[in-house]
Design a protein around this ligand. Structure first.
Ligand code: ZN
Length: 279
């Protein structure tokens, strides 16, 4: 039995998969804030014959160790070691976006280079080449949100003032709307469009430019076959895809953009699907 988990800031979703008959026998969701991760896994181990654990995790991880987790309480960062020593069960853990990228790569049938960029609360990317994740020295490759961009009075979550994420992310939009006390509408981008004032126009312009610059930088740097865009902000504002497609040539090396397909993610459970592909 394989325990596949998607551990996010809000929910922990998990599947128990009978790998011999290729059947999911249990599919559940728990609230992250009220369900500590390690006791939950231990309880499942006591109930089922679990032979392997695979986790897509909303934080930075490296070689079985959790490096950071902004919204999740972690009592044991060396989680792979912990389950190997105490239960003799192998555990693979990967950042959720990197895990999702593996699922996207398989879903789109890519055989070359793919970049998966997620624009939700934050702005991140994961790169898969020839079926393998590009990791960098500490598994931190793809931190697209921290590419330098324009100076932002409100700093990025990392503390710097020039990160793209401080201009182009769901969290940035919310912070700027609060900063200028703009009357809120049903979504941050609608709020800015309806505000009809110069500050709102600047925030919106920085958001759009940041998005295009980041994708253009990625294309010039990696010359990917496919870029898949996902995350809540993109899915709720599909005009962003057309905007990026129509303007990308102005910012990226034209020869690089020619063959690059820019697609909208179609997978609803990419991190969980990707966790099944972790080794
Ligand atoms: Zn940053």
């Amino acid at each position: 039995m394989l325990l596949a988990m998607d551990v996010g800031g809000t929910n922990i979703r998990y599947h128990l998969v009978d790998t011999i008959h290729n059947k999911t026998i249990l599919s559940e969701t728990k609230n992250t804030s009220t369900t500590p991760l390690i006791p939950l896994i231990e309880e499942l181990i006591s109930q089922y014959s679990i032979k392997k654990i695979a986790i897509a995790y909303a934080g930075q991880v490296n070689s079985g160790t959790i490096l950071s987790s902004p919204n999740i309480q972690v009592d044991e960062p060396n989680i792979a070691d912990y389950f190997a020593k105490n239960f003799n069960i192998p555990l693979a853990i990967e950042n959720d976006l990197k895990s999702a990228a593996l699922a996207e790569y398989e879903y789109w049938g890519c055989s070359g280079t793919m970049v998966v960029a997620s624009i939700g609360t934050g702005f991140g990317a994961a790169i898969v080449e020839d079926g393998k994740l590009l990791r960098g020295s500490h598994n931190l490759a793809g931190e697209i949100g921290h590419i330098p961009f324009r100076y932002s009075e409100i700093p990025c979550g990392c503390g710097n003032h020039y990160c793209i994420e401080a201009s182009a992310s769901g969290k940035a939009l919310e912070r700027w709307i609060e900063y200028y006390s703009l009357p809120t509408s049903n979504s941050p981008l609608t709020t800015l469009k309806e505000a009809n004032n110069p500050q709102a126009d600047t925030i919106l312009q920085n958001f759009h430019d940041g998005l295009i610059y980041a994708i253009a930088t990625t294309i010039s740097l990696l010359n990917p076959d496919i870029i898949v865009l996902g995350g809540g902000v993109i899915h709720k504002n599909r005009y962003l895809l057309e905007m990026i497609e129509s303007q990308i040539d102005r910012y990226a090396l034209p020869a690089s953009t020619k063959e690059t397909k820019i697609l909208l993610s179609e997978l609803k459970d990419a991190p969980l699907r990707g966790s099944l592909l972790l080794h």
